[in-house]
Design a protein around this ligand. Structure first.
Ligand code: A2P
Length: 352
C-alpha cells in the first residue's frame, strides 16, 4: 500500500529541497499534497517524481493547511514552525497518521523518536505517530560521533558551528543576497529583519534565543547537546557548543573536539568513519571540503581529523553537511522510506 503524502511548508526553503529529493529517490506515494499558509493558497509547484495518480509527475496546486486538506494524508512532513507542528502533530497522531517533523517542538518528548536512520533507525520501532528529525547542526555531528564511538566510548564533546542562513529560512537567504547586492552597489544596507545585525560580511555568535536558566547558552546550543545525547542514547555525555551564523547560503560546518575514555588512534577512527553509512571522511590531512563544495551533496563530511594533545585521548576535526538535504529534507525522506520498509506507517497503533 502506498501512502498519500502531505508536505506542510512546501513553499519554504526545506520544502523546495524536499520536492527535489523525493522526486530523485522516487519516494513511493499514491498522491502528493503540497500545503503552506493561506498566503500561498493557489500557488502552483512542479513535482517531477512519480505518484500513483500522476506517474509522470506534474503541477500541484498549493493548499492551505487545514483539517480538510490533511484529512486523507497518511504521512505528513512538517517544515514550517514550532507553532505549526504543535498545532497539527497531536491532531495527526489522534487520527493514526504519521507526522515527520523538522521542527524542535517534539524532539525531546520521550514518546517521540528523534532519528537519523543510519544511526538510530531502530528507534522508529517505538514511534506513536510523531517522529522528529534532529536540528541540522546535530545531524552531521551525531553521524561522525556515532562512527567514532565504535572505536572507544565518548567522554566529552565541544563544538563550534559555522551555520548557513538557509537554516533560518528562505527569507534569510533573500536578506543575505540583498545585503551583498547593496554592498556591491555601494548603497546603504536595508534594515535587517531576520537577524539582529547585518549578516553580509559579518558573523553572529547567536543562533536562536538565549536561555537564562542555562547559563545563557542559546537554544540552538542546547538543542545540539540534548539531541546528540538522545540520538546516541548517552544521557550523561559531557557536551558544550557555541553556535555561530555565517554569511553562507547553504552548508552547516563545525569544528569539533571529542574525548574518549581510552586511546582511539586516528587510523582506527578513520576506518570507523569509512565504514559508516552516509559519512565521507577525507583522509589526506591537508585536504578538506567547504560549504560551497558540499551544497547539493547528500553526505556528512569529516576532514582534518587529528589528535588534540591538550587532553588525554582527544581528537579534533572539521565536519559539515548540506543543512537543507541531510540536515533536513533528505533525513526526513529517509525516515519515511525506513518506516515504509519496516511496515511502521499504516495501523501502527494496532501493532504497538
Ligand atoms: P508560506 O510560504 O505560505 O508562508 P521557510 O522556512 O523557508 O521560512 O518556510 C516556512 C514554510 O512554512 C513556508 O512554506 C510557509 O508557507 C510555511 N508556513 C508558515 N506559516 C504557516 C502556517 N501557519 N501553516 C502552514 N504553513 C505555514
Amino acid at each position: 500500500m502506498e501512502p498519500t503524502v502531505a508536505v506542510i511548508g512546501a513553499t519554504g526553503a526545506v520544502g523546495d529541497v524536499f520536492l527535489k529529493i523525493a522526486a530523485e529517490r522516487k519516494l513511493p506515494m499514491k498522491q502528493l499534497k503540497l500545503l503552506a499558509s493561506a498566503r500561498s493558497k493557489g500557488k502552483v509547484l512542479r513535482y517531477e517524481g512519480p505518484t500513483t495518480v500522476a506517474p509522470n509527475g506534474g503541477d500541484i496546486v498549493v493548499e492551505e493547511t487545514t483539517a480538510e486538506s490533511l484529512a486523507d494524508a497518511d504521512i505528513v512532513f512538517c517544515s514550517a514552525s514550532s507553532e505549526v507542528s504543535k498545532q497539527w502533530g497531536p491532531w495527526l497522531k489522534e487520527r493514526g497518521k504519521v507526522m515527520i517533523d523538522d521542527g524542535s517542538a517534539f524532539r525531546m518528548d520521550p514518546t517521540v523518536p528523534l532519528v537519523i536512520p543510519e544511526v538510530n533507525g531502530d528507534d522508529l520501532e517505538w514511534h506513536q505517530g510523531i517522529v522528529s528529525i534532529p536540528n541540522c547542526t546535530t545531524t552531521p555531528l551525531a553521524m561522525a560521533l556515532d562512527a567514532m564511538r565504535q572505536v572507544a566510548p565518548l567522554s566529552r564533546v565541544t563544538a563550534s558551528t559555522y551555520q548557513a542562513v538557509s537554516g533560518t529560512g528562505a527569507a534569510a537567504v533573500r536578506e543575505l543576497d540583498a545585503q551583498v547586492a547593496a554592498i556591491g552597489r555601494g548603497e546603504a544596507i536595508p534594515t535587517p529583519e531576520q537577524y539582529p545585525v547585518q549578516i553580509a560580511g559579518n558573523v553572529l555568535p547567536h543562533v536562536d534565543s538565549f536561555d537564562e536558566e542555562e547559563d545563557y547558552y542559546t537554544k540552538e546550543e542546547l538543542k545540539m547537546r540534548n539531541e546528540t545525547r538522545k540520538i546516541l542514547h548517552l544521557d550523561g555525555l559531557r557536551f558544550a557548543a557555541t553556535c555561530v551564523r555565517v554569511p553562507v547560503a547553504i552548508g552547516h560546518a563545525e569544528v569539533v573536539h571529542a574525548e574518549f575514555e581510552r586511546e582511539a588512534s586516528i587510523a582506527d577512527l578513520v576506518a570507523a568513519l569509512q565504514a559508516a553509512e552516509g559519512v565521507e571522511v577525507i583522509t589526506d590531512p591537508t585536504k578538506y571540503v567547504t560549504p560551497l563544495e558540499i551544497a547539493g551533496d547528500d553526505r556528512a563530511f569529516v576532514a582534518r581529523l587529528r589528535p588534540d594533545r591538550t587532553v588525554e585521548h582527544g581528537v579534533t576535526f572539521w565536519c559539515l553537511t548540506d543543512n537543507l538535504r541531510k540536515g533536513a529534507a533528505l533525513n526526513a525522506i529517509q525516515i519515511a522510506e525506513e518506516m515504509l520498509k519496516r511496515d511502521l506507517v499504516f495501523d501502527y497503533a494496532a501493532k504497538a
